[in-house]
Design a protein around this ligand. Structure first.
Ligand SMILES: *Cc1c(COP(=O)(O)O)cnc(C)c1O
Length: 428
């Protein structure tokens, strides 16, 4: 047994499934996860000292690569000045200003520690502001693990949510309506039927948690139009896309509409636990202490986290996004070519520099499409890549993440590993 397997055995005796978040357990690809001992640039190192090129990048935050010296220095400096105060700091003001200068629709910003808290707060605020109960979400969009947003779609295109997890009450799920993604007709029908009861529609700016499924042209603008017409709010969840697909996230790339509330996470914390809710000043002004919607957090706006976020945003200039975009385009074509050569049915889909590979022949526009793929072929592909020293996201339903640190050497290692992995995917 290798050191990762040893640690996994040990971990499972003290931690459910051996992990602190489910996808890390390799449940859908099998085997023991890599227990990371350290990371630098585009590389992670497992418990045995084996180095892997990392295409997870902490699920997004490591836009600059791991342990960027200037980010680490900023965190070290902050740590020396105190770990947590439970009082406001100048760095929070600077980070809020940096967010607003990139995303003007974030007129005011409230910091929290996780993306889950950001979306949960957005939902509470939308309900508090509108006096309505119903939240509309899309099948396949992930917004963290709060009760209201863990509703799963029933059958049909637009249904009352069913609890998406044990422990979510039927009542909590019943106020969530789940609509098929990229389905304007179904969304229209929901507003026709109950438009005056809908507090908000929440959507991933460009969904990347069912694999990457970009919004069809005009879909986000339609959400904006329908919500505005019916007095509901639009919550744009940019926890994953924000500051990753471009300097102003997906909104900056797509433009043409203005959401009421926007959630950020992942890159905005630079690898530390930090997320944020931004949006219209009149709405954010309804949060405590100014208004009646309660929200709080002992570690919110933590000084180490704000230091990492600020350093990351300061370093994430146009050159960083150009680099990540170019590496992403290179890798998308290299993967596509290797799979085509091996005769493996696949589609590579992207939303800016975010992309994923579906092991099926036809494009994916909905969650049902995404589920209809050959996940066993992905598992074979994944393990061949891992054996060659490339760490892909351990699920066929995740985006692949690159960073500004993915240089020629790292890219060559990935492309060298692809042909064998593609042949593994082909052999059932
Ligand atoms: C990761 C993610 C979340 C949840 O963020 P956590 O920090 O994991 O709680 C919410 N929405 C989207 C779109 C995400 O990708």
């Amino acid at each position: 047994m290798n050191a990762d397997q040893d640690l996994f055995e040990r971990a499972r005796k003290v931690i459910p499934g051996g992990v602190s978040s489910p996808v890390r357990a390799f449940g859908s690809v099998g085997g023991a996860p890599v227990f990371v001992s350290r990371a630098s640039g585009p590389y992670i190192v497992g418990a045995d000292g084996v180095e892997y090129v990392d295409l997870v990048c902490s699920w997004g935050p490591a836009l600059l690569g791991h342990a960027h010296p200037e980010v680490v220095e900023a965190v070290r400096g902050a740590a020396g000045r105190g770990l947590s105060f439970g009082a406001p700091t100048e760095a929070e003001v600077e980070l809020a200003e940096a967010i607003r200068s990139r995303v003007p629709a974030a007129e005011l910003v409230r910091f929290v520690s996780t993306g889950t808290e950001a979306t949960m707060t957005a939902v509470r605020l939308a309900r508090g502001a509108t006096g309505r109960d119903i939240i509309v979400k899309f099948a396949g969009c992930y917004h963290g693990h709060s009760d209201a947003l863990l509703a799963a779609a029933g059958s049909g295109v637009a249904t009352q949510g069913l609890p998406g997890s044990a422990g979510v009450t039927a009542a909590a799920a019943a106020d969530t309506i789940v609509v098929g993604y990229n389905d304007p007709t179904a969304l229209d029908a929901v507003f026709e039927r109950m438009g005056d009861r809908i507090a908000a529609v929440i959507t991933e700016a460009a969904p990347a948690n069912m694999g990457v499924v970009p919004p069809s042209a005009g879909f986000n603008a339609l959400i904006r139009e329908l919500t505005a017409r019916h007095g509901a709010l639009m919550i744009l969840d940019e926890v994953l896309t924000g500051f990753r697909v471009g300097p102003a996230g997906w909104l900056g790339l797509e433009g043409g509409y203005r959401p009421d509330l926007i959630t950020f996470g992942k890159v905005v914390g630079g690898g530390m636990p930090l997320a944020a809710l931004g949006g219209r000043a009149d709405l954010l002004g309804m949060l405590a202490p100014l208004g009646p919607v309660y929200q709080a957090g002992t570690l919110s706006g933590n000084p180490l986290a704000t230091a990492a976020g600020l350093a990351t945003l300061r370093l994430a200039d146009d050159a960083v996004y150009e680099h990540v975009n170019r590496r992403s385009a290179e890798l998308q074509s290299a993967v596509g070519e290797a799979l085509s050569r091996a005769g493996v049915p696949h589609v590579v889909q992207n939303a800016g520099n975010l992309f994923s590979v579906f092991f099926r022949a036809e494009p994916v526009r909905t969650y049902d499409d995404a589920k209809d793929q050959d996940t066993a072929a992905f598992a074979r592909f994944f393990h061949s890549m891992l054996d060659s020293g490339i760490a892909l996201p351990p699920s066929a339903f995740e985006a692949w993440f690159l960073s500004a640190a993915h240089d020629d050497r790292a890219m060559a290692r990935i492309t060298d590993a692809l042909p064998q992995a593609a042949r593994a995917a082909a052999d059932s």
